[in-house]
Design a protein around this ligand. Structure first.
Ligand SMILES: Cc1ncc(COP(=O)(O)O)c(C=O)c1O
Length: 473
């Protein structure tokens, strides 16, 4: 399987030294005034020319590479995505749900799932996830919650799950959850944005596809060596129409796909498809050494999760934001910080790779020491507690489209209906979604987020302590 059809076609094209009288306007980088190193890459920024296949109607190298992708992941059909898992999530919801359909959705989904629900105009039923006391994060939907949802909403048309979480936590009962949904004839759509590397097997968790999911979307750019925005979508079931998914992908994605992105997706597929026993051994050994070395740093707490590629670091008494700032001063940039901790995504090394773990440990040690010189600033956030297992919107997406909104002080927003998404970022999971009723529990969480210095995305005016809500009439 050591083969990269798109990369090979592009190399062949490059070697032919063709003259460009076509898009893009930079003419293989010649007209670009970007720095030299950027321009080197632009030489390969091709478009759909003879010999380079057609992204939306693949018959040559792109088809071959996508077939290899499907074989690698054990799917019936797989697609390269050039607009991230965001577009995969949109396409899978468009292809399986219709306006007004009841759809069961894990509440701690990424905002792209909520956007998809609204665009299609479904009737979402939100399934409250379990709470993980170790990582202090919301995780997965339990079997009991799903069972209750299926009993209350027997007309539901699909189940949308997220697996694993951003923090690398998986659901031990994921297979049973999928089987239960299937026994009610629901297709199971899984946002596996953070699990493209699970196929490496070994100590990595089992993939959603292997557990029987019908459609799975993965961000190859998050954990595999693909360019940003490069993702995969897999279909492995007759419950979902490949034709429909393909149609929506054609509608939702650019008609001018980046070949640099496609080449990196082809390469990333080859990277993971050839991940060998000796690669595992090296990765596991280096990781173990690194974790052990980190554990010797005074005041640093190291938390391992289900996904060995993720690691959480905490300094008792300090927020993750404080630790993140100190790490950045040492030149160490982490994936995210929250009020508790920082999250590292480790490199999925192969046997031939080097990585300066010892040097990084020194920098982390320095950052921790600098943290300890500051005022303690951590305050606990009571996330997701006292929430009902099932919830839904207070008004339909159709009503939302025409409803008028106003901005009010968030201290007065209890009981009102949110007209904006309010999204602590990262991890990008909405605290309030459009059309949901605002509760005191959630307002308390918002106040805690603000006090701990979190960045809040979405539609709000929180710099003036204002939220957007529907007018009371
Ligand atoms: C769980 C989850 N799903 C989907 C996405 C969107 O992925 P992408 O950035 O590839 O569009 C993200 C991005 O962070 C995510 O965390």
């Amino acid at each position: 399987m050591d083969k990269r059809p798109i990369v090979e076609a592009m190399q062949q094209f490059y070697e032919n030294r063709n003259t460009s009288f076509h898009v893009p306007g930079h003419k293989h980088g010649a007209l670009s005034e970007l720095p030299r190193a950027f321009k080197d890459v632009m030489k390969f920024d091709y478009t759909e020319l003879a010999g380079l296949d057609d992204y939306h109607h693949p018959e040559e190298s792109i088809k071959e590479a996508q077939d290899l992708l499907a074989r690698t992941y054990g799917a019936m059909k797989s697609y390269f995505l050039v607009n991230g898992s965001t577009v995969g999530n949109l396409a899978m919801v468009y292809a399986t749900c219709s306006e007004g359909d009841q759809v069961l959705v894990q509440r701690n989904a990424h905002k792209s799932i909520f956007h998809a629900l609204e665009l299609v105009g479904v009737h979402p039923i939100f399934l409250t996830p379990e709470w993980d006391a170790i990582t202090h994060t919301p995780t997965h939907v339990s079997l009991d919650t799903l069972q209750a949802a299926l009993e209350y909403y027997p007309e539901a048309k699909a189940l949308i799950l997220t697996h694993p979480t951003y923090y690398g936590v998986t659901n031990p009962a994921m297979s049973e959850v999928i089987s239960l949904a299937h026994s009610y004839h629901l297709p199971v759509l899984v946002d596996e944005a953070h699990g493209a590397h699970f196929i490496a097997k070994g100590e990595f968790p089992i993939t959603a596809l292997e557990m029987g999911a019908d459609v799975v979307v993965q961000s190859a750019h998050k954990t595999l060596p693909a360019l940003t925005m490069g993702s995969y979508l897999h279909i492995n079931s007759q419950r979902v129409s490949n034709e429909k998914i393909n149609r929506y992908l054609r509608m939702l994605q650019s008609s001018s796909p980046s070949y640099l992105l496609l080449a990196s997706l082809d390469d990333a597929r080859n990277y993971i498809g050839t991940y060998a026993h000796e690669d595992h051994q090296l990765f596991t050994g280096k990781r173990k050494q690194f974790v052990e070395a980190l554990k010797t740093i005074p005041f640093l707490e190291v938390i391992e999760v289900d996904d060995p590629l993720k690691l959480l670091l905490r300094v008792h008494g300090y927020t993750g934001y404080t630790l993140q700032k100190q790490l950045e001063k040492q030149g160490v940039y982490v994936e995210l910080a929250d009020s508790e901790q920082v999250l590292l995504i480790l490199p999925l090394l192969k046997a031939r790779h080097q990585f300066p773990f010892a040097n990084i440990r020194m920098k982390i040690k320095l950052a921790v020491e600098k943290c300890k010189n500051q005022q303690r600033n951590k305050m606990p956030i009571d996330y997701m507690h006292d929430l009902q297992a099932l919830s839904t919107l207070a008004v339909s997406y159709k009503e939302l489209r025409i409803a008028e909104s106003e901005s009010i002080s968030y201290t007065k927003a209890n009981g009102r209906i949110s007209s904006g998404m309010v999204i602590p970022y990262p991890p990008g999971i909405p605290l309030f979604v459009r059309g949901e009723r605002i509760t005191t529990t959630k307002l308390k969480m918002l106040a805690d987020y603000l006090a701990s210095g979190a960045t809040i995305q979405g539609e709000h005016d929180l710099s003036r302590k204002q939220l957007f809500v529907l007018k009371d009439n």
